[in-house]
Design a protein around this ligand. Structure first.
Ligand code: FAD
Length: 453
């Protein structure tokens, strides 16, 4: 019988185990998880009627794989959508919260009248938006053949202000990235395709979203953790080894040998779903060039969920972003109960503070109480003094947001070639082909498809 090792029980590893179980193939599987729980960055705390997301709080609706999986797991009735009728995102600007114009798709306006009314942008930025449509042919001709940074791409279309106020803070929350280094082709492929076809992103968005009414985000009533819990319920319990860290990976003539705290074992195939830093270290002795290609910067995130028994006023909408240089340690804040229904008991409130970049790095070393105090103080400066929370949840996610730097796709193509040549090993997780939950699920399913075929 084929023996398969899965290294890492985050969403990627759990999904791989689930798809292997579902395939009902003649396989013996060991899922190694270094910590004492499965799910990795995906974790939902449920307490006193509150649903607190410690990592992801949903996924983008336009990528179908997570929703398909949720339905297959019998969670169709639990699927919820973001409350888009109230969707508004604010940007902190000189100490106040300015709403982004309605209808923006990241930095691209879907409604030019809303841009004209907006207090967020200067006259210069509004002019850049107006002119982008007329520059369609020029922009098409200027598009580079190869990769470039997100910064260069956005600035070419809309100028520096839009980059700093909107694209920068939006992307650093997802990719932990410095827009001057992030690869536009890896991070915003849809916008690159739109530029190639239409030149102007505003014209492209208009053409592509005509009549579209899809909610932006999807989640589950009991939180994203439900996905992991349901998959785990389908995985034979004997497959899972909690608290067992893989320390060594060796390629042998007829497969792979893995060394962990409980000894060494032989496998026919390995699904490497540990974070990219760990995977790189483990693969270094097997293929140095592959390990080099896996070197990437990553930023750390610190998340603080505050739950309040009694309601208080918040601006309508999903939350706010803080651009660099605005004198706050916060990167973003979510008004949790205004983004998704069912996250709080009746009349209660939940907000979530998100620290990344340098502040995230610094806070990692602080205790929970200290982190919570900083978060409360920073939120209070923006939202007014907050009441005493009935529940506070703090999570640190060190180096959890890998940065896809310019040239990422080319590096991944080379890495893919090398990994294929090694035979019997697959790289899964958020360091390679997308960081979102749907991407990870798609990749796990594809890898399992290749193994059982
Ligand atoms: C704060 C935050 C918010 C996010 N929000 C969203 C969102 O809203 N929507 C979205 O789609 N995505 C979001 N993401 C991204 C998404 O959550 C991650 O990309 C995804 O959860 C990563 O899953 P993974 O399985 O690749 O890695 P991880 O979750 O990091 O799991 C890796 C696992 O490997 C284990 N491990 C490590 N070393 C070893 C070893 N040597 N042996 C065995 N096991 C090992 C770890 O303990 C861990 O459990 C967010 C990320 C963060 C940090």
């Amino acid at each position: 019988m084929k023996r398969i090792a899965i290294v890492g029980g985050g969403l990627a590893g759990v999904a791989a185990a689930y798809f292997l179980a579902r395939a009902k193939a003649e396989v013996e599987v060991v899922l190694y998880e270094a910590s004492g729980r499965l799910g990795g960055i995906v974790e939902t705390v449920r307490e006193g009627g509150f649903v607190v997301e410690c990592g992801p709080d949903g996924w983008v609706t336009e990528k179908p794989w997570a929703l398909e999986l949720a339905r297959e797991l019998g969670l169709g009735e639990d699927v919820i959508w973001s409350l888009d009728e109230g969707r508004k995102t604010y940007v902190r600007l000189d100490g106040r919260l300015e709403a982004m114009p309605d209808g923006m798709r990241m930095m691209v306006p879907g409604d030019m009248e809303a841009v004209e009314r907006s207090e967020l942008f200067s006259e210069g930025a509004k002019q850049a938006f107006r002119e982008e449509i007329g520059r369609a042919e020029e922009l098409k001709a200027m598009a580079p053949e190869g990769d470039e940074s997100v910064g260069a791409f956005v600035e070419r279309h809309f100028g520096r202000e839009v980059l700093e106020k909107v694209a920068g803070p939006l992307l650093s929350g997802v990719f932990g990235g410095d827009v001057g280094k992030l690869s536009v082709r890896a991070v915003m492929p849809a916008f690159v395709a739109m530029e190639r076809e239409f030149g102007s992103l505003i014209l492209a968005l208009k053409a592509k979203t005509r009549g579209e009414k899809r909610p932006i985000f999807t989640s589950l009533k009991g939180g994203v953790g439900m996905l992991v819990e349901r998959m785990v319920a389908e995985i034979p319990a004997g497959w899972v080894r909690l608290g067992e860290e893989v320390k060594q990976v060796e390629k042998v003539p007829c497969g792979w040998v893995l060394g962990s705290s409980s000894g060494t074992e032989h496998f026919d195939a390995v699904l490497m779903a540990a974070p990219v830093d760990v995977a790189r270290r483990l693969l270094e002795p097997v293929d140095r060039r592959a390990a080099q290609l896996m070197e990437m910067e990553a930023s750390s995130a610190v998340v603080v969920g505050f739950c309040f028994a009694d309601g208080f006023d918040l601006p309508p909408g999903f939350g706010f972003l803080v651009p660099q240089g605005q004198g706050s340690l916060l990167l973003a804040c979510t008004f949790t109960d205004q983004k998704f229904a069912g996250r709080v008991p009746a009349g209660a409130r939940q907000v979530r503070a998100f620290f990344g970049a340098k502040a995230g790095e610094r806070l990692l070393a602080c205790g929970n109480d200290e982190i919570a105090s900083v978060a409360r103080l920073e939120l209070g400066r923006m939202l007014g003094r907050l009441p005493e929370p009935v529940l506070t949840v703090v999570r640190r996610w060190p180096r959890s947001l890998p940065q896809y730097a310019v040239g990422h796709l080319e590096r991944m193509a080379e890495l893919n070639g090398r990994v294929k040549a090694l035979e019997g090993i697959w790289l899964l997780g958020n360091g390679y082909r997308g960081v979102g939950l749907p991407d990870l699920i798609r990749d796990a399913q594809a890898a399992v498809g290749e193994i059982v075929r």
